[in-house]
Write a protein that binds this ligand. Sequence first.
Ligand code: ZN
Length: 383
Amino acid sequence: MIAFTAKSLYTPLEHIERPLLFVEGRKIVEIASRSSKAAPANTLLTDYGDAVLVPGFFDIHIHGGGGHDVMEPDASALLPIQNTLAKHGVTSYLPTTVTAPMEATLASLDRLATAIEKFEGGGTVGAQPLGIHLEGPFLSHVRRGVHPPSNLLSPTVKTFNQLWEASRGHIRIMTIAPELDGAPEVIAEATKRGVRVSMGHSDAKLAEARAGFTAGARHITHVFNAMRPLEHRDPGILGEALTNSQLTVEVIADGIHLDPVIVQLVFRTKGLDGVVLITDATAGTDMPEGRYQLGTFEFEVKDGRCLSNGKLAGSILTMDRAVRNAMQFAGLDLEQALRAATLNPAKVAGMDRGVLKAGALANFLVMNRSGEIQKTILRGAEI
Ligand SMILES: [Zn+2]
């Protein structure tokens, strides 16, 4: 058994001063405070001094990194992505597909399902893929962003079933535009299977977004991006996203997708448990400027932006920077901002992650109070 200590630990809901975090193999066995418990004499104690111990991050919307895309035909593309994620503190993630021809999507879902199952068997490295976020094909032509228009499909339960079967039940989140014909039926069916349905890439008016919620949708994909804008006499999907406390929202806090004041506005309206920080990161993350692949199309990384035909094509944001930006933009401290990168995304994905507790995998970060990562402990081992 080994034990770790530091100045504090955020579970993230609880705050423990002078913590003792005991790890055996890949798991946390106990969390205590040094004021209530002494480290047993036979335990190796690692002291991180002034640092804070926090759960590893969970990114529920990420397309790639380190030069690779999650939809690449070669399944080994996930390894550089997972290593890039872990380097930035992400220990769990949902590989996220973009709209592509149906055969390419089905093949990709099958490969991702295999990667998820293989990882459960202890077979690989870096951040762990826990499920799939399906972004497309049921998106609005009007708000498609860079998703290829010729591959967008009308929602039907039949098509959803094909996708579901290819993924072998590993789809955890599905982004859909609720105003499309057939969307309410597909939302209800996906919800019944345990998928967290997320409204996005949508031109929905308020009533259409409310109908999506009634059908079962409980999440919003990159709030403000790729949706009908908020207008005071036509509040649309954003009116629902910002006022319905049962809807959580994704935020891309790179300072490009949203003005910093909008990030602050979203934290104020949704509260600390209503926001999920995502990266929407692409293959260009942690790479030099140049051309990269997103699903089946190419885009360019230049001056910190990802562009395809003049439109934003995801980001090169990393989760550690997203947390620091959220702190700065919304005036939060680390303990507050952290929830949006750990517990909140885990709840949306419906997975028991994002919390430091006995029995959990020993996935945690050693951070300073400004949100910089000093060490990442992945499944009990320092990376
Ligand atoms: Zn995306």
